[in-house]
Design a protein around this ligand. Structure first.
Ligand SMILES: [Zn+2]
Length: 322
């Protein structure tokens, strides 16, 4: 990547990064050393037709490219992370954006921008970001797990991302842990998300509010309140967090036994802001439920990229395509 200048300095290559979310899309220009030069965030409108989405996103790429003083021919590639499910570069479903169903990110943006576009689901892209620029640097077998309102995973094996046949590998949150459990938005029952996500913690907090001296004083219990109660020593909150952590650890032990990772990077709002005891409990659960030879060597670490993880993931994806 890049060439060397006469004084031995490396010429950095320039890429565009696009992070598609349910309510907004972030666009950035960055270099292969992982520095974002210019970024822009736009609110999305569910009423936009597919062509309008593509026109606006392509327009935002041109705008940030100009802000970063980069010519179109110096832009090597675009990386894009999007919620799934996907069929390769095509969005099959979009939970709150029905008009976008069938949107082909790759063909639509390549015809507008005239540079190659690489597409992955958002958790895979964020995983590539942590592996290339964050907590997973220097490893060859890295699992990235994001825990927020939902749960997803990005899988790096043998120094390569694992995307699956159609780009949907890593739907970790939909592993069914209790077939008789609660319904999930994808239509089945008892998956990990219903037991261990931020949404699950919030739901259980509301269910047990009247039993908790800490929560009973609140109007509306949010996920973060359950964590605050936990840190304040409230027994009900502690039980809720411990149960969620144990379910997640059980899921993680499956990842450990399947992939023998060196490292598991825990990101997302819950994963990043949870108290240290939470990660410790995850580690204990993994050592209890994974085979000892695999469970004992895996390191569990918090994600580093925080707010920018989506854009950094898209940037890393673009760089990785080389
Ligand atoms: Zn599910």
């Amino acid at each position: 990547m890049g060439e060397r200048t006469a004084d031995g300095g490396k010429v950095l290559e320039v890429y565009a990064a696009i992070d598609v979310g349910g309510t907004k899309i972030a666009v950035g220009i960055g270099t292969d050393d992982g520095e974002l030069k210019a970024t822009e965030v736009m609110e999305t409108d569910p009423n936009w037709a597919k062509d309008e989405v593509l026109d606006r996103v392509a327009g935002a790429v041109v705008k940030v490219r100009q802000e970063a003083n980069v010519s179109n021919q110096d832009l090597v590639r675009v990386g894009l992370g999007t919620p799934g499910p996907l069929d390769g570069p095509v969005l099959l479903e979009a939970s709150n954006l029905h008009n976008w169903r069938g949107l082909n990110w790759q063909a639509g943006l390549e015809s507008r921008l005239h540079i190659p576009v690489a597409v992955e689901n958002d958790a895979t892209a964020a995983g590539i970001g942590e592996w290339m620029y964050g907590s997973g640097r220097g490893t060859n077998h890295c699992m990235y797990v994001t825990v927020s309102t939902g749960i997803g995973a990005g899988i790096i094996v043998n120094g390569q991302r694992y995307s699956g046949a159609r780009g949907n590998a890593g739907e970790f949150g939909h592993l069914v842990m209790r077939p008789d459990g609660l319904s999930c938005p994808a239509g089945h029952r008892g998956c990990l998300e219903t037991l261990a996500s931020g949404t699950a913690i919030q739901r259980t907090g509301r269910e047990r509010q009247s039993q908790s001296p800490y929560l009973m004083t609140l109007n509306q219990v949010e996920t973060r309140d359950v964590f605050s109660g936990y840190e304040a020593g409230d027994g009900v909150c502690a039980a809720i967090i411990d149960e969620a952590a144990d379910w997640l650890a059980l899921g993680l032990s499956y990842l450990v036994d399947l992939f023998n990772p060196e490292i598991i990077v825990i990101g997302g709002g819950v994963g990043t802001h949870a108290p240290a005891d939470y990660r410790e409990r995850l580690g204990n659960g993994i050592r209890r439920w994974a085979l000892p030879a695999l469970g004992e060597i895996v390191r569990l670490v918090p994600a580093q990229l925080g707010q920018d993880s989506g854009l950094m993931g898209a940037l890393a994806l673009a760089v990785m395509e080389n």
